[in-house]
Every structure is written in structure tokens, then in C-alpha cells.
Design a binder for this molecule. Structure first.
Ligand code: PLA
Length: 449
């Protein structure tokens, strides 16, 4: 009999295996499997996964699953943040169609693997887009940018890099935040804590609480900042407040990690929405930025994004990049070509770029107009309560203040789908559907569910 020394194995399964072999000397693997198998498994037809419980749907993407099952003709999906036209249809931007046509017409294009860091031109152009063409970090070549799988992938790669190489393992995220943030960073190997951000009483920023919590965070802690259009609250600090946040964070050596999922969607201007990030870069300090092209270029399913790490010197940036490659290679090896190529075509061409900014502004303006229409519709109905936050909040979402019971009533009675925290995606509304939503909100708040 072949003897194997399992004594150094840390796995209890392996130790049990060794013990069984010992007890059943001369046994074959059939004998072992009969001991290992659960009573219902194997040839009798049961599954080795039979013990699994049904996992809950994702709190955001699960809303779409429920919506898709609803046969009602008046159903409305205001769950996931996905832009819809006035006709309620998903939108592929005209510039994206043009860029794709260019790519298809170019017979020299090939499908070889990209490098681990992705499409190099895309990376350069993405850094320029978020930091500004005149950024000192770009001029001094002390930034590394890697293409990642949209915003989520960029956050995850950045999180794992920090967990491996940064001395502080705690990341502070806003209370509340996008539901995926805590999961991404926990799985990346960081410890997640929250800082106060939103004040339900004013439906605005709890600036005092924010300053207190960041002021009390241990020196060097990582702080996740929503660059603009905070999800889910739609509440952003003013530029003066950003400056105070910057000063506090720099004085304590807190590490800024920006999540920029909505550049251009808050104000309609790419430069205005990138301002908070540029303030942190202008002071010469280090930071991380996760960028997504899902919303602002409508490339949701193409999964295009970038992670940039701004360093103190070109030398450090080069070593950071070498380590990022070690994070990426075993995760997904290298990123996809198509989406990043679309972005590169648009960002490199002056005319296409200008056309994009116009289409982006049109999307942002339509969302702003939905805010006004919904606010007016509630006013016309005399709906009790102050609904001015609908027009004050910015970006894709309104944090209505409706509670889970009220949301559930609206789904059941009005076929309106939204996340249970009362967030609605304004981008999913149209002039035609505003009255239906206003009727539902009016009904639910006057009913005292
Ligand atoms: N960061 C924030 C703050 C987000 O809101 C989202 C997407 C992402 C990152 C990730 O987007 P990406 O990976 O597609 O680039 N939030 C959406 C979608 C729009 C989602 O939950 O996946 C939302 O409805 O909240």
C-alpha cells in the first residue's frame, strides 16, 4: 500500500482521509467514498450540494428579477440604476454606435489577449478624463492606471491591492452606501467600518457627523468617497465641504479611495463632477480612483472601468503597477478588449468626444427634468410631506424616505419596483410614468401603511 504522510496537512478532511486509509488498509477508493458520501448521495441520486440553502436575490439586481416576472402592463422598474429613454427603452449612445462601426470596419484589428493591465491607450485616456489633461500627477508620470471590469472590478482590484500592500486594513464607507461596497471590500480582505454621511431628518448631508467620524478614524485608515452623485442618497458635499474633508483627511494621513461611477451624471459636466478628485490630486498626496463607464457611456454590460493609483513618484507608480498585475493575473488574467476599445475611440477623437459630452448632458438633463416633474406631480396631488429633496438631490437616484413596508405596498398595488430602502432610479422614469409613480407615492403616504 502506498503510504502518504498527511501529518503536515492543515485540512481536517485530509486528516480524516488518512485515518480512514489507515483503518481500512488495502481499501480502494470505492470503499472510501461509501464512508464519505452522505446517505442520499452517489448512485442513489441525491446531490452533494443538497445541504445548500437558497441564497437571497441581490437587493438591487434582484429587483429586476422580480420585475421581469410581473406580467402587469403598467409595471415600472426603478430599481437598478440604468438609463431609459422617454419611451422607457435602454439607450445605446450614438457615439458608441459610431465607435463600434469604426472598430468593425478596421480589418487590422485582432483578438489577441490584452496585457494584464488592459488597453494601454484606454488607461492613459481614462486617467486624463478623470484627473484632467493638466493634472500634475499625469505630467509627472506618477500615476498607474489599469483597465478593470467596470467600477465593481476596479474597486475589487484596488481593495485587494490595499489589503496586500497597505499598512492599514480598515476601510471606512459612508452610512448608507451602495450595497455592494461592504461585500467587495470584505472579500478583498479589508475590514469595513462606516462613517456618518446622511441625515434622515434633513434628507441632506450629516457633515458634522462625517467630520467627527473621520476625525476619530485611526491615522492611515482608508476612506471610500463617492466622487459625485452619492448612491443611494443623491446627497453630495459642496465644494467648500470637500475642501474641509480634504484638509482633515490629509492632516490625519487617511487614504482616499474614490468611487467614480457617475462622472457627468450629476451635473452634466465631466469636469465639474471630477472636481473633488482633482482637489485631492492637486495637493500632491496619494489616492486611488475607481472609474466606471457603465452609466456615463451607457456601456453597462461591456464592463469597462479603470483603477488609477496616484503616487508620490514615477518610480513608486511603476512598482505599484507591477504589484497590481500580480493581483489581476490570478483573478481574471487580463480584461476584455471590446468595451475599452470603444472608449478609446471616443476619447481620442475630438469630434466624437464632443458628441459624447452632448449625449451625456442630455441624459443628465432628462434626469433633472424627471425630478422636477415628479416634485410637481406630488405638489399637484397635495401629497403630505416635504418632497423638496427630490429636486435637491442629484445624480441617478432619489432617496425618497419611503420605508420598506411602503415600498412593498407600491410594488404590490402599483407594480412599481424599487429597492427596499426607498431609493428610486430617476433615470428609469419618463413623463408618461411620472403620474403613475406620483399616484403610488400619494396613496402610500396618505394610507399610513
Ligand atoms: N459604485 C457605485 C457607487 C455604484 O452605484 C455602482 C453601480 C458601481 C460602483 C458599479 O458599477 P459597474 O460595476 O457596473 O461599473 N450601481 C448600480 C448597479 C447602478 C448595481 O448595483 O450593480 C445600482 O443600481 O446601484
Amino acid at each position: 500500500m502506498k503510504t502518504t504522510d498527511f501529518s503536515s496537512s492543515s485540512s481536517s478532511d485530509r486528516r480524516i482521509g488518512a485515518l480512514l486509509r489507515h483503518l481500512t488498509a488495502g481499501s480502494d477508493s470505492d470503499h472510501l467514498s461509501s464512508v464519505y458520501a452522505s446517505p442520499t448521495s452517489g448512485v442513489t441520486g441525491g446531490s452533494v450540494f443538497a445541504h445548500l440553502v437558497q441564497a437571497p436575490e441581490d437587493p438591487i439586481l434582484g429587483v429586476t428579477v422580480a420585475y421581469n416576472k410581473d406580467p402587469s402592463p403598467v409595471k415600472l422598474n426603478l430599481g437598478v440604476g440604468a438609463y431609459r429613454t422617454e419611451e422607457g427603452k435602454p439607450l445605446v449612445l450614438n457615439v458608441v454606435r459610431k465607435a463600434e462601426q469604426q472598430l468593425i470596419n478596421d480589418r487590422t484589428r485582432i483578438k489577441e489577449y490584452l496585457p494584464i493591465v488592459g488597453l494601454v491607450e484606454f488607461n492613459k485616456l481614462s486617467a486624463k478624463l478623470i484627473l484632467g489633461a493638466d493634472s500634475p500627477a499625469i505630467r509627472e508620470n506618477r500615476i498607474t492606471t489599469v483597465e478593470c471590469l467596470s467600477g465593481t472590478g476596479s474597486l475589487r482590484v484596488g481593495g485587494e491591492f490595499l489589503a496586500k500592500h497597505y499598512h492599514q486594513k480598515t476601510i471606512y464607507i459612508t452610512q448608507p452606501t451602495w450595497g455592494n461596497h461592504p461585500k467587495i471590500f470584505t472579500l478583498a480582505g479589508l475590514t469595513v467600518k462606516t462613517y456618518r454621511y446622511y441625515d434622515p431628518a434633513t434628507r441632506g448631508l450629516n457633515f458634522q457627523g462625517l467630520l467627527e467620524d473621520l476625525g476619530a478614524a485611526p491615522a492611515g485608515s482608508i476612506v471610500l468617497l463617492h466622487a459625485c452623485a452619492h448612491n443611494p442618497t443623491g446627497v453630495d458635499p459642496t465644494i467648500q465641504q470637500w475642501e474641509q474633508i480634504r484638509q482633515l483627511m490629509r492632516s490625519k494621513g487617511l487614504m482616499p479611495f474614490f468611487d467614480s461611477a457617475y462622472q457627468g451624471f450629476a451635473s452634466g459636466s465631466l469636469d465639474t463632477d471630477a472636481k473633488p478628485i482633482r482637489m485631492f490630486v492637486a495637493d500632491g498626496g496619494e489616492c486611488l480612483v475607481a472609474q466606471s463607464y457603465a452609466k456615463n457611456m451607457g456601456l453597462y454590460g461591456e464592463r469597462v472601468g479603470a483603477l488609477s493609483i496616484v503616487c508620490k513618484s514615477a518610480d513608486v507608480a511603476g512598482r505599484v503597477e507591477s504589484q497590481l498585475k500580480l493581483v489581476i493575473r490570478p483573478m481574471y488574467s487580463s480584461p476584455p478588449i471590446h468595451g475599452a476599445s470603444i472608449v478609446a475611440v471616443i476619447l481620442r477623437d475630438k469630434n466624437l468626444f464632443n458628441e459624447w459630452t452632448l449625449e451625456l448632458k442630455a441624459m443628465a438633463d432628462r434626469i433633472i427634468s424627471m425630478r422636477k416633474q415628479l416634485f410637481e406631480a406630488l405638489r399637484t396631488r397635495g401629497t403630505p410631506g416635504d418632497w423638496s429633496h427630490i429636486i435637491k438631490q442629484i445624480g441617478m437616484f432619489t432617496f425618497t424616505g419611503l420605508n420598506p413596508a411602503q415600498v412593498s405596498f407600491m410594488t404590490k398595488e402599483y407594480h412599481i419596483y424599487m429597492t427596499s430602502d426607498g431609493r428610486i432610479s430617476m433615470a428609469g422614469l419618463s413623463s408618461k410614468t411620472v403620474p403613475h409613480l406620483a399616484d403610488a407615492i400619494h396613496a402610500v403616504v396618505t394610507k399610513a401603511v
